[in-house]
Unconditional design. Sequence first.
Length: 313
Amino acid sequence: MKIPKFDWKNIDWFSIKPSKERIVIGVVVLLVGSGLFYLGKLSSSGPSAPGQQDNGGGGLFGGGSQIASTGSDPVPLQPVGGGNCRTYAPEGWHVTDENQQGTVFTVSSADGSESATYSAAGVNGGQVAGYYGEQYRTPENLALYSIGLVMREQPQPTGPEQAFGYYQVLNFATASHRGYALLYSFAIPADPDGYGVIMRIAVGNASDPRSLAQAGSVAAATRCSSQLVPPPAELPRPTTDDKTHGTSKSNDDDVTMAGTYNAQLGTGWVHDATGGVYNVSVTDDYHQTGPDGPGYYKRNGNDLIKLQPGLGN
């Protein structure tokens, strides 16, 4: 997948102020004078960069899970968002944070117990040097700091980072939640001592792995049409796992990459002929002897309708 070229001379600099009434979720927040800046908007043409909208193991806040189990129907997903960012989520999920630049987008479950975030930010060399605190020195520090602000609990890494495609996977936990962050970091030519980072973050209930996978499904499905854009580079194309039966597929390579990671946690996407999108349990909901062959099915009265794997758009 090719990343579209970007004119790094035309960087928009922003002065960010925290709000007492509204905590910005993700990595794009932070302090007056911190120097955190947004890095431009994606060109309206060209192939998709990570998280870009195309017209054509763990996860983030825990709670009641709607993940399909053995013998259950697929869980219908609804489009959420509609400005610069959108995703698919179960009924009741809603946008709780977004900005006009399309670099912050968070949706949460109806009871606020599960959440999924897409975020992109640039950090300058002064922050990396530690002049504004240890939280900016690495993408991992910044992720944990931001997650702690949102959850009001201090997250702790639960193991070493893992590489997954061009992402680094950071698993974390608090007393009541567990989650993961997919981090894609890269150098900034305009500030060689700084870095840029794109994040997909999911949080789920510490006692229910299915809630984590559900939040991860929402985070993975997020696409934004305006974002911080990394320098031109060749990124590895995602490859889906046969064990997940194609339930991570999308026409956006980055969504597929994130979806492939999350499908390994047990939750994938399927779609029907009318454009409906569903979550399924990758293993429990797969029927080897369905009426139209192996696959995923939904009930329609007394009939079983075969569904196609992936988001379908």
